[in-house]
Design a binder for this molecule. Structure first.
Ligand code: PLP
Length: 358
């Protein structure tokens, strides 16, 4: 079986976790601080705040930037559920803008028309590892005094014109779940250049505690463990190499799948660095092709079979249809692209898809 994702864990991670276990210092401490320092450096931002997972990173980000009940946050309906539920957790309202069919990311042309006096933030998702149009979104946010909060849970190391996505502000939330481009088991982090936001995030994650028994707010326990941080420190050392491998693998698949018009391979705008969390194509007769590919033991994923506005708990937040999202949900198919693939496996993926498409 060629899996759609594979956490890359080796001796270094095993040794690092063993050392933590033997030290007896398991809860947030020096290693979390070290991981934050290195992750901020990797992203080119001043601060990184580590938390327990990507969903917590999104929720804490919204709270730290002042999103409150009845506020609105404009986001995309083509994503993982917690992009939107993190907004609902604040008592705020996700407002969906449909996607650009070429990039699968939020259609920036629709965003300004959705801004109301209650709009507080815009949350683009860099879906599959391709950055959303951050230049346009930055302009809209500056013009309307809105927070730009990036769901970067799939986009570790993504860039536009050589600039890290973190440089476009205001904050970006990452996940280190086992299928993501790097993992800490469960884990997450927020990057920002804003000292006040970083401070608010640190308080929120640790019960609102400033100093012992001095509480600044009603906070949470959103802390990362030392075991997770120890894994993350090792993973970060390899992230550049792994990302390059993902890009190379995607290049191979682009070429191998160019034999037919029935498959549309990923579109990458000029100057964008797509980090291929997923390699996602559009294909006619998707369900049939997926069945054929899966039968031949090639891991294939459908991300996502429905828009967020079509999911039970979120349906009440949207009374319009999202035609491009709904169309994409019917034809997308993701193929293995991870850095653990051998050349032979990659060739097999291409062969199997070729046969399945016919
Ligand atoms: C993985 C993911 C999340 C949530 O991260 P968790 O660590 O699973 O909580 C949120 N948004 C997107 C786009 C994701 O891919």
């Amino acid at each position: 079986m060629i899996n759609i994702a594979k956490p890359m864990l080796g001796e270094e991670e095993v040794r690092a976790v063993s050392e933590v276990l033997l030290s007896g210092k398991l809860a947030q401490g020096e290693l979390v601080a070290q991981f934050e320092h290195r992750f901020a450096e990797f992203c080119g931002t001043k601060y990184a705040v580590a938390v327990g997972n990507g969903t917590q990173a999104l929720h804490a980000s919204l709270l730290a930037t002042g999103v409150r009940p009845d506020d609105e946050v404009i986001t995309t309906p083509f994503s993982f559920i917690s992009s939107a539920t993190s907004i609902v957790h604040c008592g705020a309202r996700p407002v969906f803008a449909d996607i650009d069919p070429r990039t699968f990311n939020i259609d920036v042309g629709q965003v300004e028309g959705l801004i109301t006096p209650n709009t507080k933030a815009i949350m683009p998702v860099h879906l599959f590892g391709l950055p959303a149009d951050l230049k346009a979104l930055r302009e809209i946010c500056d013009k309307h005094d809105l927070i730009l909060l990036q769901d970067a849970c799939q986009a570790h190391g993504a860039r536009i014109d050589g600039r890290s996505i973190g440089e476009f502000g205001d904050l970006a939330a990452f996940s280190f779940y086992p299928t993501k481009n790097i993992t800490t088991g469960e884990g997450g982090a927020i990057i920002t250049d804003d000292r006040d936001i970083a401070e608010a995030l640190r308080l929120l994650r640790h019960q609102g505690q400033k100093t012992r028994y001095e509480y600044a707010m009603v906070g949470y326990n959103y802390r990362m463990t030392e075991m997770a941080a120890a894994i993350g420190i090792e993973q970060l050392k390899k992230l550049h190499t792994w990302t390059q491998k993902r890009i190379d693998n995607a290049g191979f698949l682009d070429e191998a799948l160019s034999f037919t018009d029935h498959i549309i391979t990923p579109y990458v705008p000029e100057g964008y660095r797509h980090v291929y969390h997923q390699y996602t194509v559009r294909v006619q007769n998707r369900d049939e092709v997926v069945r054929h590919v899966a039968e031949r033991e090639v891991g294939v994923g459908v991300y996502y079979p429905m828009g967020l506005h079509q999911l039970g708990p979120l349906a009440g937040y949207c009374d319009r249809s999202m035609p491009e999202t709904e169309k994409a949900a019917k034809v997308v198919m993701s193929l293995p692209v991870h850095p653990g693939l051998t050349d032979e496996e990659l060739a097999t993926v291409a062969e199997v898809v070729k046969k399945a498409v016919g």
